[in-house]
Design a protein around this ligand. Structure first.
Ligand code: NAG
Ligand code: NAG
Ligand code: NAG
Length: 355
């Protein structure tokens, strides 16, 4: 009898393990292959060799790019170097990148590990950068003031909070005021792998202001990109391992209520929103297994999708660019400026294309 019970439990365990493995593979889209979708005129950006994980383009055409992310379990081509913020002027004919110098005594450059980035421009045209940082694999938000003449960033402060334990991406609504996703990746090496493996959906979105911090949406299987509609009425959240983009209504009191979700056959990463048309441009990982287990012979692919009219009954989804990793590996983000598109990657290069 005891043996039977043990055998039954063992069988149950194996079945659960099989189910989990199948669901893990499905969540990572392990078997997806990529058919190329090319654009007419693409160039790799000179000077970017170790990632361009997140980027934001100002209406003036200046692009800020985070580079050199060290992320647990994910490839880095420069694991011993601090990360950096790069500046690119998309008005130039053949734009190159420049590393922004960081000034201010309150900032430790040697442990800089930049991740998500967002900007806020105030009435005086001062540009603030809010950057998710992982010094020693913890999570902080670094607030910088952009000094255009000096091509530098003045560090103003470091924001930490217990509801911001494992940050991924951020969308600023003021210099010290934002929504951010917690992906639950930096919390604990062991816990996080079990959580990701079992799909425990502990990931959430927090709202931060100096006087009020709250969880505004939760239960995500790895919340990743987050952004806001040009009219400020809707918040978009990418749920990486569920392959979904969620639309939330944003209220005057900053609470969010779910409105709708869109499903994809790819791991949706960062979302950028065209300030004029309101279209969403999403950097995606068609096959997540290749991102989390890097093999140079079988590199992670890249995909960019565009979503038009997301609030209507029938949003239009277009696959704008796809590459099997020969050119561009592990695209995370894409943003457009004057008929061109800049695509960033977790740990590899960046590509600049004509649309
Ligand atoms: C926030 O505003 C929404 C919409 O007006 C309302 O339904 C909700 O109860 C408010 N929540 C709080 C905590 O005040
Ligand atoms: C990617 O596609 C190119 C051209 O279609 C092909 O030569 C190459 O072998 C493919 N690479 C992988 C890793 O699938
Ligand atoms: C801004 C943003 O969402 N950044 C994410 C882009 O993709 C990478 C790779 O998955 C994430 O780790 C970033 O947090």
């Amino acid at each position: 009898m005891a043996k039977l019970v043990i055998l039954t439990l063992l069988g149950l365990g194996l079945a659960l393990f099989r189910d989990h493995r199948a669901s893990y593979q499905a969540r990572l889209n392990a078997f997806r292959e990529v058919k190329p979708v090319e654009l007419p005129n693409c160039n790799l950006v000179k000077g970017i060799e170790s990632g361009s994980e997140d980027l934001e383009i100002l209406p003036s055409g200046l692009a800020f790019i985070t580079s050199g992310l060290r992320y647990p379990g994910i490839k880095s081509f420069e694991p011993d170097k601090p990360g950096k913020i790069l500046l690119m002027d998309l008005n130039e004919e053949d734009p190159s990148v420049l590393e922004l110098r960081i000034t201010g005594s309150t900032f430790d450059h040697s442990s800089f590990n930049p991740h998500g980035i967002s900007t806020f421009t105030d009435e005086d045209n001062t540009v603030y950068l809010l950057v998710v940082n992982h010094p020693d694999f913890k999570s902080t938000v670094e607030l910088f003031k952009f000094q255009q003449e000096e091509k530098s960033l003045l560090h103003l402060k470091t924001i930490r909070h217990k509801l911001l334990p494992n940050l991924n991406d951020i969308v600023a609504v003021g210099p010290e005021h934002f929504y951010a996703t917690n992906d639950h990746y930096f919390v604990d090496q062991y816990l996080r792998s079990w959580e990701i493996y079992l799909g425990l959906a502990w990931s959430y979105v927090a709202y931060y202001s100096p006087t009020d911090v709250q969880v505004m949406a939760d239960g995500f299987d790895f919340a990743n990109g987050i952004n806001i509609s040009p009219d400020g009425k809707y918040v978009y959240i990418a749920e990486l391992l569920a392959h979904k983009i969620h639309v939330y209504e944003k209220h005057a009191n900053w609470t969010l209520t779910p409105l709708k979700s869109l499903d994809f056959n790819t791991l949706v990463d960062n979302i950028s929103v065209d300030p004029v048309t309101g279209d969403l441009w999403v950097g995606c990982h068609p096959n997540g297994m290749r991102i989390f287990f890097y093999d140079p012979k079988n590199p992670p692919a890249s995909e960019v999708i565009r979503i038009q009219n997301i609030l209507t009954e029938e949003p239009k989804v277009t696959l704008v660019y796809a590459d099997n990793g020969t050119v561009l590996q592990g695209s995370t983000v894409a943003s457009v400026y004057k008929g061109k598109m800049l695509i960033g990657t977790v740990f590899q290069k960046a590509l600049y294309c004509e649309l």
